[in-house]
Design a protein around this ligand. Sequence first.
Ligand SMILES: Cc1ncc(COP(=O)(O)O)c(C=O)c1O
Length: 377
Amino acid sequence: MKKYFLLTPGPTPIPPEVAQKESLPILHHRTSEFGEIFNEVIEGLKYVFQTKEDCFLLSSSGTGAMESAVANLISPQDDVLVASCGNFGDRWEKICKIYKANVTKIDAEWGTAVNPQEIKDKLEKNRNIKAVFTTHTETSTGVVNDLKTIGEIVSKTSAVLVIDAISGLAGQPLFKDEWKLDVVVSGSQKGLMCAPGLSFIAINQKAWNLVEKSTSPRFYFDYKLMKKSIPKKETPFTPAVSLIVALAEAIRIIKKEELENIFKNIEKLAKATRAGVKALNLELFAKEEVACNVLTSAKLPENIEGDKLVGDLRKEFGISIAGGQDKLKGKIFRIAHMGFIDQFDVIVGLSGIETMLKRAGHNITPGKAVSAFKEVL
Ligand SMILES: Cc1ncc(COP(=O)(O)O)c(C=O)c1O
């Protein structure tokens, strides 16, 4: 018999009430019953994104929403700026290049955040830049970017600001309209406490002006088609109906709890987890002043093989955490504290990591990490 503890920064565990909704009889997507639920989800997404403007929903993982943003906003040979501080920031560059944009790139050192001043400088240098692409919480490193300042800077130019909030939405503060973020994309499998398979786009009028002009090819991902369908309370094509019914339940839970309280709770969990990691005699990977709240990243000593630790933890105890990506492969681990993950889940994670580190000969005092975690809470 084995228990499973899902503590990866996506997918994350989902509440039983949400899971139950996925098993209900399938509704046809062109009926008033489904239309009411779809409408509730779209209105609920506006609350989650903190926007009064258009929200769309796609049956795809988060990357689909990222690609849709590029396909709808950018035309071949457009100048764009990608401000990256990790693997997911780099994904914007890859997508933009496939759509034949001229990419200028800012590369912040991994573990640090994008410097808003660099964005300002690049925009001043090249006034033809059509869009700036960056990330809310960079899941590969555990860093949060200062979107409020970046939003202020980009709003004073003609460029459109596009944000990947796939891991940060509903976990780390983000106020789309107030922070002047023109397009924000996200996914269902993290802070929104749903199964993977849905992605979302929130878009304002400034960005619509680019959509009107974009000549990039798109069919399934066409925002104009999506916008036309919204008043009919439906999607242009068959949506993932069961996931949408489940998402409606997840958003009800989020609304009941209120975003403000969710943000505070997750911030507390993040502080406690960082204390727990330090008590394991490990160094945090993300610089503490820019560490995000939705996950914690930690450096592993050179003599400990990260992928083995993560694999053994899963195989032996059923505890899933994430390892490092790309150049951080084998060098760090990442543990999530967002969505339906609570303090006792994180305690299980820290305790399991402690066991594996001790086995690998790392110098730690058993129980110290959990104590440090609880003390902060
Ligand atoms: C910040 C960020 N961007 C993009 C992605 C990619 O999303 P998906 O795997 O849902 O396509 C992820 C997923 O881990 C993410 O955390």
